[in-house]
Design a protein around this ligand. Structure first.
Ligand SMILES: Cc1ncc(COP(=O)(O)O)c(C=O)c1O
Length: 421
């Protein structure tokens, strides 16, 4: 029996309607940007396995450090205990985070990082005896699949069955360069009518909303408004973090820094699951008290796992290296040139880019999980490129180590795909 056949017996995959999509591609190994399946077929990983493996699969420098760590300390409880990998990671991460970030709280994945961000924002006010319960979020945002994260997410395709059991959230449109006054009016109204605890946002690029990109100046105005009214700002950088927007973090493009940041995915270079919610000293101070109940009583068993911390440290070493920074600039320039070429294609309505995140919209009606989307996906896979169209948007978010030859192949296959839609 093939792995694909054996998979069907017991496994239930994420975001999958198994009746419609019974066959999983069984990957047996991966190196740099290439995934190899059980039949030996190779695919360029054009989306870095959900935005994680930004330095390529099985990077030797990361592997070496992880192996060394595995031999000395695998895991230890992080409540009442600490260890060097977490301490070294905290020092390295604080060095590259926006200057106001000063404390790190560990968890396991993007959703838990968001959950903790929300709890920090709400309890910040609670600890100050203020009853603030309402959150503000962008329309069509995506922040994860746990209940708090679902509440602030706007994509109903994921949330439908649970919509009666979520936190109270008011939504605002993303800034497009023309609607800032309208958004600020809306914010003033929401803030007058409700006790607002926090504002959570994917800065500059909304990943699951098909790489929807928004205006930095407008977002900056929103953040300034929030600061004025002590509405805690929570930047969900789970997707945008660690170099993808051309700077270490999307928040680096903005003058007003968030109070809280949610990090995961590329944090550990796709080697281990881990997440961090970072915050400013001001947030931390609201929990620092003689009263035990004012602490943040949230904890995950694998918090700050030493192997994951080591992978993250090795990832940060690569991110800050001259080679990776040069690669990021190379990819940005290559995408720009491709965008200038493809935008005039009759099937393309628009292209957009922020750093190494590139997206184009097709002039075709396409359901998010519909047949045409599947046809496109299968065409890419048949041609050795793993891309995951989101509705009628095709996007590229490839590892920083992708070669020009591999990029050319992705561009060529996309151009061929335009002929079949
Ligand atoms: C912006 C953002 N936040 C949170 C999440 C949830 O992360 P996870 O899937 O690790 O729970 C995602 C996942 O894609 C994301 O893109």
């Amino acid at each position: 029996m093939t792995l694909q056949e054996r998979d069907k017996k017991h496994l239930w995959h994420p975001l999958t309607q198994h009746k419609l999509h019974p066959d999983m591609t069984a990957i047996t190994r991966a190196k740099e940007c290439i995934l190899t399946d059980e039949n030996g077929k190779e695919y360029i990983d054009g989306i870095s396995s959900w935005y994680t493996t930004m330095y390529g699969h099985c990077h030797p420098a990361i592997t070496k450090q992880v192996i060394e760590q595995i031999q000395s300390l695998n895991h230890v409880i992080f409540s009442g205990f600490t260890h060097e990998p977490a301490i070294r990671l905290s020092e390295a991460l604080i060095d590259i985070l926006p200057e106001n970030q000063n404390k790190l709280f560990f968890s396991d994945n993007g959703s838990t990082a968001v959950e903790i961000g929300i709890k920090m924002a709400m309890q910040y006010h609670f600890n100050k005896d203020e009853n603030r319960k309402v959150l503000i979020a962008f329309e069509n945002g995506f922040h994860g699949d746990t209940f708090g994260a679902m509440s602030v997410s706007g994509l109903s395709v994921y949330n439908g069955p649970f919509s009666d059991y979520v936190l109270e959230v008011k939504r605002i449109p993303t800034p497009d360069g023309k609607n800032t006054t309208h958004i600020l009016d809306l914010l003033r109204k929401i803030n007058l009518e409700h006790d607002v605890a926090g504002f959570i946002y994917e800065p500059l690029v909304q990943g699951a909303a098909a790489m929807h990109m928004h205006d930095a100046d407008g977002l900056n105005e929103i953040l300034k408004f929030c600061k004025e009214f002590d509405v805690i700002t929570v930047a969900d950088e789970v997707m945008t973090g660690f170099g993808k927007t051309g700077k270490y973090f999307a928040s680096d493009h903005l003058e007003t820094k968030p109070d809280i940041m949610c990090l995961s995915k590329a944090l550990t270079a796709g080697v281990m699951p881990m997440a961090i919610t970072s915050c400013s000293q001001n947030i931390y101070d609201a929990f620092y008290s003689d009263e035990i109940s004012k602490g943040l009583f949230h904890g995950h068993t694998y918090s700050a796992n030493p192997i994951a911390c080591t992978a993250a440290l090795a990832g940060i070493e690569l991110l800050t290296s001259k080679d990776i920074q040069a690669n990021i600039q190379r990819i940005i320039a290559r995408h720009r040139a491709f965008g200038e070429r493809i935008v005039s294609h009759t099937k393309v309505t628009s292209v957009r880019q922020r750093g190494i995140i590139f997206a184009l919209d097709l002039d075709v009606e396409m359901e998010r999980y519909g047949n045409l989307r599947d046809k496109l996906f299968n065409f890419f896979m048949d041609n050795g490129v793993f891309l995951r169209p989101l509705g009628n948007t095709i996007y590229i978010l490839a590892p920083y180590v992708i070669s020009d030859v591999e990029l050319d192949k992705i561009y060529r296959v996309i151009e061929l795909a335009l002929e079949i839609v």
